[in-house]
Write a protein that binds this ligand. Sequence first.
Ligand code: PMP
Length: 430
Amino acid sequence: RTGACHCHACFKGPQCAELATDCILNLSFGDPTMFESYWLALGSEATTSIPAWQGMSYFAHKHNAFLFVDPYLEQAIRELHSLVGNAVTKNRHIVVGVGSTQLFQAAIYALVSLQQPQAAAANSSTTPTNIVSAVPYYSAYPEVVSFQQSGKYRWAGDASKFQQGNADQKAAYIEIVTSPNNPEGSIRQAVLQDDASSYGSTIHDLAYYWPQYTPITATADYPVMLFTFSKITGHAGTRLGWAIVEDVRVATKMSEFIRVNTVGVSQDSQLRATTLIRTIINGHKQAKMKQKHVKDNGGEEEEEEEEEEDHLVDCNTQQKQWRPFFHYGQTILEERWRQVLLVLEGHSLFNIPTYDQAFCSFLHKSFQPNPAFLWLECTDGQDCHQLLLKHRIVTRDGPSFGASSAFVRLSLLDRDSLFDLLLQRLASLR
Ligand code: PMP
């Protein structure tokens, strides 16, 4: 197997090609290794090589040292959003971070720092800002918010409940809106309405607002939007995220957090991310040009174009991988969902959410969302994590997301072989 120098627990043998059928299948993380096969097929096309002298300075840009963002990366990010149409970047600031996990903390720091003096002046309250998100919320939020035991903010759980609590109503809050949501892939809006008697802000975590996961139906336009490279291309190990920020004061405070926390963001990572984003953009532009060319020639493809694609052959399957990245991702995830639904159809043990079709302005077709995770509910209120554990499937349990133990989350982003093993095991549970 390429890309790994030791076998996964579910594989054995010299080439790690034999299935260890009784292995523990751990799908509790959202490790996006599914996309490996795309990049493997592209080969050197998207490889970054960095000369030893490059990127040595702390500062990625001498005129913009404050935001630590490489100007080429910034340009590529803006172009990518403009191509996909999923978020506005015009007149917005781009702040990069070590994954969006760091940016999430930076955004809380920034918003709290700007919000609290205002709140304190108005009602002489110095209570910590409440960080809330509607249940089921991404399991990392409570952990990250509570980790440093800050006196300035605290995890306050379900955003829907917070709105109802009288005592807290006037307290400052930050609502995290994750859309599509992790764990269950729903498209979400803020549940709390800011009014004159509260000091509220929102952070929109749009990690999965890309065409492989959901139809792009509108250009997101919120004060603070977080994106992560981990879920776009699958390069979680590059540890790169970005925030699109409207207010320069918030962007500056976020940069301050990143300066104090990690003194900027790896320039090697930024370079790699730039190459990968450029590869995606070029792939889509070429496909569009090719489509136009074919149309102009009355539907006839030319021989030389066929030849040009020959280097894009999947080393594992020998299949041609000519599709641009988002077309590829959407097709593969759609096929995974088709298989999962087939296995779970009429299953008496589980309930799963249903999703409505929508028209995707980027892929020019209607389809149902294909979330990165399967959010299963065990019928009869059974402890779903324990039930699946008995069948050697490790999940992330409902309570981690503020939900009941009848729910679990399973990653659908793992490599083909492990996804197939999941299907086999779910099928055997019938
Ligand atoms: N937000 C959401 C909703 C996520 O699912 C994840 C990753 N699981 C992150 C943020 C964190 O991403 P990163 O790898 O960039 O820290």
